[in-house]
Design a protein around this ligand. Structure first.
Ligand SMILES: [Zn+2]
Length: 145
């Protein structure tokens, strides 16, 4: 491998600032002496500039955001969520009543199911609380100053 080939591999690292001090000193030394590598370096820098202007934002994010901002989909989301929570809670309450009425059920399984249910409710409340916080933030975003 000639020197130039070796340095060409390092050029990318130099632009991404991934080189050690020794490596970058070495390559800067070479760049001063070698016009071919200097040209390569300039080309890479320009390509990097162009890439830097490209947004790496996922298109899905923008789609989801625009859907979320539409009032109808907000209501749809909210009512969907409420239906799921309502249905789920009804089911849980029903199952709990059934289970605790049946005294044949061993105590351990009652306790473990109870723990899972309580844990789930805590998680649910946490998620709802987070949701509320983001909705509040969204409202402020909507204000034109
Ligand atoms: Zn060179």
């Amino acid at each position: 491998m000639t020197d130039c080939e070796k340095y060409k591999k390092l050029l990318v690292g130099l632009i991404d600032q991934e080189l050690t001090n020794d490596e970058s000193n070495e390559i800067h030394d070479h760049l001063r002496k070698c016009a071919a590598c200097r040209d390569d370096y300039d080309e890479l820098l320009q390509a990097g500039d162009m890439l830097g202007g490209v947004s790496f934002r996922e298109p899905e994010d923008e789609l989801l955001e625009s859907l979320w901002k539409r009032p109808y989909s907000r209501w749809a989301k909210l009512s969907g969520l409420l239906l799921i929570i309502g249905g789920w809670l009804t089911l849980v309450v029903f199952a709990l009543i059934e289970m605790f009425r049946d005294t044949q059920e061993p105590l351990l399984s009652r306790i473990s199911v109870g723990a899972i249910v309580v844990g789930f409710i805590i998680m649910l409340l946490y998620v709802i609380r987070e949701r509320m916080a983001t909705i509040k933030v969204d409202k402020y975003k909507g204000v034109v100053r």
